[in-house]
Design a protein around this ligand. Structure first.
Ligand SMILES: [Mg+2]
Length: 402
């Protein structure tokens, strides 16, 4: 089993498109630019931690370079890394944007160590993202190994003696799934290192940590009980939206925002190759009120005309007349893979709408995002003129956070 983990991924991804950032203290900002969500080793050395507000980070690391996150770019690189892992392994689990588990089987005449090195080096050559690879008898061991080989490491540990030495050096809290409370339950029994846990009585571990703890015990002892899941789990929801900048009570402007958010949401649906089975329009008003409207299209869809027909009555429900609105989010749920949806018996004739969607995609791909867009967004001309809005400040992938 193997585990691959990119080294400070968001920062490495920024360095792929900007050489200037290499070897410098770099912080990636999230949360509307308010805090550091990822930092380079150089910035870490200056005392900046993940989640630190920008004003504190600036005091600790005034010469650092701070850049805004761009999840779309990170996802692109993540997919390129996944392609490389798939070349060298028959079974790969997409565990997170920068972490994969894989079945490790070196080519004939090659060792596991050579496989680990080949994988690390091929990703570096092809994607220019530094990663660390660990190979071991189980997933849990592979992850412990890659964690201790960071950065830019490649390490296969299959011999039980080398394994025991590694486990003896690591506290139990380094195992995924054993945090403070579970570690505290082990401490009275003298179980502090990973090796203590591996050598402990299996029934005791089960009594203290239930069946999930027992599974870890097997894994630490080299028995793979946690398989590789090659199917990437679908997102639960995709969402687009954010603050208007200037509050508005004009229904025409509100509608323009709805259309803009829908066009951005459709980009996401297409990117992930999913259709939306339900839409929610969420509007926050200046006086503290919140309006919500929800509806489902007849069949899951990623088409502009169908989703706009679904979203329009949602906005009507979420609308509070004459009160200025400040923010809107459009959320797609009940996502289904695009190819696998039920037959579109109730779909309006597809030809024209599909042709328009295709034209829109092609023109925008060639001439710039949103060059061709719905006429309903005309009241937002200023937003489209401002190049800062090419990037999405409030892009949310995989989870909903307002
Ligand atoms: Mg990582």
């Amino acid at each position: 089993m193997g585990h691959l983990d990119a080294d400070c991924f968001y920062v490495s991804a920024e360095r792929v498109r900007d050489e200037f950032l290499r070897d410098k203290a770099v912080g990636v900002l999230g949360n509307q630019g308010a805090c550091v969500i990822a930092k380079s080793y150089e910035m870490k050395a200056a005392g900046v931690g993940t989640g630190m507000p920008i004003w504190e980070a600036l005091v600790k690391c005034p010469t650092g370079i701070y850049v805004k996150r761009d999840f779309r770019w990170y996802e692109v690189l993540s997919r390129l890394m996944l392609d490389v892992v798939r070349e060298l392994s028959p079974r790969v689990e997409y565990y997170s944007i920068d972490e994969f588990f894989f079945l490790a089987g070196p080519a004939r005449g090659r060792t596991f160590q050579e496989l680990a090195v080949a994988l690390r080096d091929r990703i570096w050559e092809r994607v220019r993202v530094p990663v660390t690879v660990g190979i071991a008898r189980t997933r849990t061991l592979a992850k412990l190994i890659s964690d201790s080989a960071k950065p830019f490491g490649a390490w296969a540990v299959l011999d039980p003696e080398a394994e025991a030495k590694l486990l003896a050096d690591r506290p139990v809290t380094e195992i995924t799934g054993i945090a403070g409370r579970r570690a505290a339950r082990l401490a009275p029994w003298g179980i502090r290192t990973c090796l203590d846990l591996a050598r402990a009585d299996r029934r005791l571990v089960r009594a203290l940590l239930t069946a999930s703890g027992e599974a870890l015990w097997w894994e630490l002892n080299g028995d793979p009980v946690q398989p590789i899941h090659p199917q990437r789990p679908l997102h639960k929801a995709l969402s687009r939206g954010g603050s208007f900048g200037e509050a508005t009570s004009d229904p025409v402007v509100l509608y323009a925002w709805l259309v803009r958010n829908l066009e951005r949401l459709i980009e996401e649906l297409e990117f992930h190759a999913v259709c939306a089975g339900r839409l929610t329009v969420w509007v926050a008003y200046k006086d503290g009120r919140v309006g919500v409207g929800q509806a489902a299209p007849l069949v899951p869809s990623d088409r502009f005309d169908i989703l706009l027909d679904t979203a329009r009555p949602c906005l009507r429900r979420a609308w509070v007349p004459r009160v200025p609105a400040a923010r809107m989010h459009l959320i797609a749920e009940r996502l289904t893979p695009k190819g696998r949806r039920p037959l579109g018996l109730f779909d309006p004739p597809a030809d024209r709408a599909e042709a328009i969607a295709r034209l829109k995609r092609e023109v925008n791909a060639r001439h710039g995002r949103f060059v061709l867009r719905s006429g309903a967004t005309l009241p937002l001309a200023a937003i489209y003129r401002d190049t800062a809005n090419e990037y999405d400040i409030c892009d949310v992938r995989g989870k909903i956070c307002f």
